[in-house]
Write a protein that binds this ligand. Structure first.
Ligand code: MSP
Length: 509
């Protein structure tokens, strides 16, 4: 079996999960499930990023020990993964011993080979915020914002990783591998950024400033800079499984430069490991046209949302609404339009009609199709084109467009039902009308079986319900499942609960 390894960014546990976190995990899940349908042994890793200043500060603000704090918040992310029905094979936390060991070994290896050296670090420091400031943090008049309190200039001995020595290697690597960054415009920005000389990377924090980190193996007076620690999760989780390199590191646009596009491939190369095959960079969600923010209430809690609606309608909306790589906006109004017109009235309606009509007009057993006429032939031809396009678009990560094609097929199937009007045919006892009725019922059951199979990566639990209604086994591959072959003839259909109930008026989310 061909192997495929894909990862998400690991989320900071200094707050609860939000819609942006949920999107990235769902997108990666859709890719993992699509690969599995195509016969790959896909390994999906997600997890949490648990060290660093922000986390130490959040734990102190809450007045709990840091370990307890990260345990509690990480549990929310684990819970979200379950609620979103992610098919992740592992969930890594950077506070786990298996990860810390790998980070320490990597640091020691780089230190021994001379890629890490000690030097003085000089800069402006805010004792109140416990952080170094940069020129960009200054106000236009050159002063420092109030939140930083008194700012002092300090010099501190630290450890540095020789990024600059590998800059040319990285440029050459990106130039030689067009698919290293998706989408292409992000690759271009990365190359532009690399047009300027890189500074070496400060990878240590003195312990008297920051305790919450992985101690440097060669100097216990320091902990590791959080990015150097966090990036290695992709490797530490699978080191003993022979999965490295990753096929996809899926990340948001804010963490391509410099973390994933520069530090990460250079770290790996210096360690003698190949870089990931591709960085898949998605855009950001805004909410009601504005940046999401918990404090202003412009926020969607994915846990609440899944409970109010259902997970599959959220998954579907996220994937159909965002072109991978571009930004998108989330609003309750748009969600409702999509839910009603595409889920309840299109797919949901097709499911209900297929099962109800087969029950009422054929005793619940799918009849064998008679001879296909033009309408049936057209639908079959449309199916073949839809399937091929859907797969081509999914392979190119154009999931929103793939779902468009599928939607058109479902709409055409509903239109075909209107055209044939089985409820009229049922009233006509003539052999011709009865034959037509049987062909119609067979045709729509087959269209539903096939169309829903393509939806499986996006809405796995709804599709399994549909398949149970069609008395079909759970889907494990698309192989042999996407051909129009009339296999449902003679099959007794079962009941399916309403998949997309019309929203009750009091639902607010
Ligand atoms: N901990 C780092 C990643 C380390 S990976 C070795 C981090 N964490 S984060 O919690 O801030 O973000 C996690 C992911 O969520 C990132 O890929 C980020 O781009 C993504 N998103 C955060 N807000 C988002 C939106 N509003 N929309 C879409 N994705 C967003 O960065």
């Amino acid at each position: 079996m061909k192997s495929f390894y894909l990862t998400t960014a690991i989320d900071y546990v200094n707050g609860s999960p939000h819609l942006g976190h949920a999107y990235e995990k769902v997108l990666t899940d859709v890719i993992a499930r699509t690969k599995r349908m195509q016969g790959y042994d896909a390994f999906y890793l997600t997890g949490t990023d648990e060290h660093g200043q922000k986390i130490q500060q959040s734990a102190r603000a809450r007045g709990v020990p840091t370990q307890q704090f990260v345990d509690e918040t990480a549990a929310e992310f684990v819970q979200l993964a379950k609620l979103l029905n992610l098919s992740n094979n592992d969930f890594i936390r950077t506070t786990e011993p298996r990860h810390k060991q790998v980070v320490r070994a990597a640091l020691q290896q780089l230190f021994d080979k001379g890629d890490i050296y000690q030097a003085e670090y000089r800069g402006f420091y805010s004792p109140r915020q416990e952080q170094f400031l940069q020129e960009k943090d200054r106000l236009p008049d050159g002063s420092w914002p109030e939140i930083f309190g008194e700012v002092i200039e300090i010099t501190e001995a630290n450890y540095f990783f020789k990024l600059r020595s590998y800059q040319q290697w990285l440029i050459d690597h990106i130039a030689a591998h067009e698919s290293f960054v998706f989408p292409a415009h992000r690759r271009k920005s990365l190359l532009e950024f690399l047009g300027e000389p890189l500074n070496d990377l400060c990878i240590s924090r003195p312990k008297d400033r920051l305790e919450w980190g992985i101690p440097l193996p060669f100097d216990e007076g320091y902990v590791t800079y959080v990015w150097f620690d966090a990036l290695l999760n992709y490797y530490s989780a699978v080191k003993d499984l022979g999965r490295w390199p990753a096929d996809f590191n899926v990340i948001g646009k804010d963490i391509l430069i410099p973390a994933h596009g520069i530090y990460w491939p250079i770290m790996l190369h210096a360690l003698g490991l190949p870089p990931p095959k591709a960085l898949l960079v998605h855009g950001w969600w805004s909410i009601n046209g504005a940046k999401m923010s918990k404090s202003t209430g412009n926020f969607v809690d994915p846990v609440e949302f899944c409970k109010t609606w259902n997970v599959d309608s959220l998954r579907y909306f996220l994937v159909r609404e965002m072109t991978v790589g571009m930004d998108a906006d989330f609003s309750r109004e748009r969600f409702l339009v999509c839910y009603n017109s595409e889920l309840a009235n299109n797919l949901g309606n097709l499911v209900n009609r297929t099962l109800n009509m087969t029950g009422r007009f054929a005793g619940g057993v799918v009849p064998a199709a008679g001879e296909a006429a033009e309408a049936e032939n057209e639908l079959q031809t449309l199916w073949a084109a839809t399937r091929d396009e859907f797969i081509r678009l999914s392979d190119g990560l154009q999931f929103h467009a793939a779902l468009d094609r599928l939607r058109a097929f479902l709409t055409e199937t509903n239109a075909y039902i209107e055209l044939r009007a089985p409820w009229k045919l049922a009233k006509d006892p003539s052999p011709a009308a009865q034959a037509q009725l049987h062909t119609t019922l067979a045709t729509i059951a087959e269209a539903l079986r096939l169309g829903s199979a393509l939806l499986w990566p996006v809405m796995p639990s709804s599709v399994e319900k549909i398949r149970a209604g069609l008395a079909q086994p759970a889907l494990t591959t698309w192989e042999g499942e996407l051909e129009w072959d009339g296999r449902l003839a003679g099959v007794k259909l079962g009941p399916v609960d309403i998949l997309f109930p019309k929203p009750a008026p009091e639902k607010k989310s």
